[in-house]
Design a protein around this ligand. Structure first.
Ligand SMILES: [Zn+2]
Length: 324
């Protein structure tokens, strides 16, 4: 069943192995608080964003990309507390979210990138309504992207250049509309389970799961690692840590970037497990320690920084070493 990522190194010429590059994307950020149902950033310094903020103070070299949903809508009433705020608007530019916007600005000034994660996170797909852009035509995608960018600007936050499609739901219209609005980078493929050079799990399939790849006018930056510590059982911690380090070794050997997928919340209507929690952050700290011990030079980038570097290096192929 398992082939190896080394094939990917040859096949994809992902042979630039030094330094090891790390990106971390945190999805679903919006002003919902635990009083509303789930802390998706709304608990400010007392909640998940506070954990991130303090982590960034301790490790100023580490870069996070925070993918924000500017007009989050509920996907249903599955969660026990969702009834509390089903009719509440989480639009980022509302006056009551002033503290939330200030915190995002502070995180940005500490080096975090603010990316975009849809407009509402809610689309028309009857089976998976959280796939906002699944199957949408160009004009509908464009409208949503423009509305999202307008809310971000009205919130006095920097205009995003990277994008993650909600619940990995995509359409051709999505990529062309992003490209037309100057959005250069997407992270539209996620495969943290297969040991294959090409993505074959969520979002885009058949694109590189190791390195950025141009796709319909934008650069796709794959996500190939899950930020999760454990699944249900605490004693799984060491097992998952070892499993993560082993996967990292294989990806690095194959010349890939290390690209983590995380959510701001650990649980919403379903158990996500890769949220910004104390336990996940402490595992991540351990991973950083081991990464730097094993590989020495580790380069932490935001998605747009990595994308820019990647595009620049592609123009200068002499920077690339020959494949062995
Ligand atoms: Zn999401």
């Amino acid at each position: 069943m398992i082939t190896n990522l080394e094939q990917g190194r040859r096949g994809l010429k992902a042979n630039r192995v030094d330094p090891v590059r790390v990106v971390i994307g945190v999805d679903d950020i919006h002003p919902e608080s635990s009083a509303d149902g789930v802390d998706c950033g709304g608990d400010l310094e007392h909640g998940a964003l506070g954990l991130l903020s303090r982590f960034m103070e301790r490790y100023s070299r580490v870069r996070f990309t925070l993918f924000v949903t500017p007009d989050w809508r509920r996907t249903g009433g599955e969660h026990v507390l969702q009834w509390v705020s089903q009719n509440k608007s989480f639009r980022l530019d509302l006056p009551e979210y002033d503290d939330f916007r200030s915190l995002l600005r502070r995180l940005h000034s500490k080096g975090a990138e603010l990316g975009l994660h849809g407009l509402t996170h809610l689309g028309n797909d009857p089976i998976k309504p959280d796939r906002e852009f699944q199957g949408l035509a160009f004009s509908e995608c464009l409208q949503r992207i423009n509305d999202a960018i307008k809310i971000i600007r009205d919130s006095n936050l920097p205009t995003p250049t990277s994008f993650v499609p909600p619940a990995w739901g995509t359409s051709d219209g999505l990529f062309s509309s992003l490209a037309s609005q100057g959005m250069k980078f997407v992270s539209a493929s996620y495969d943290s389970i297969h040991d294959e050079p090409l993505s074959n799990y969520k979002g885009l399939r058949g694109v590189s799961n190791l390195v950025p790849q141009e796709y319909q006018g934008v650069l796709n930056i794959p996500r190939n690692m899950n930020f999760q510590t454990h699944f249900f059982v605490r004693r799984g911690y060491e097992i998952r840590l070892n499993w993560s380090m082993e996967r990292i070794r294989r990806i690095v050997d194959a010349g890939g970037i290390i690209s983590f997928a995380a959510h701001i919340e650990n649980e919403y209507s379903i158990f996500l497990g890769n949220g910004i929690t104390r336990q996940n952050m402490s595992k991540f700290e351990k991973i950083l320690e081991l990464l730097e011990k094993n590989y020495g030079q580790v380069e932490y980038r935001t998605f747009s920084e990595l994308g820019e570097v990647w595009l620049k290096e592609r123009e200068h192929p002499q920077l690339w070493t020959a494949s062995s």
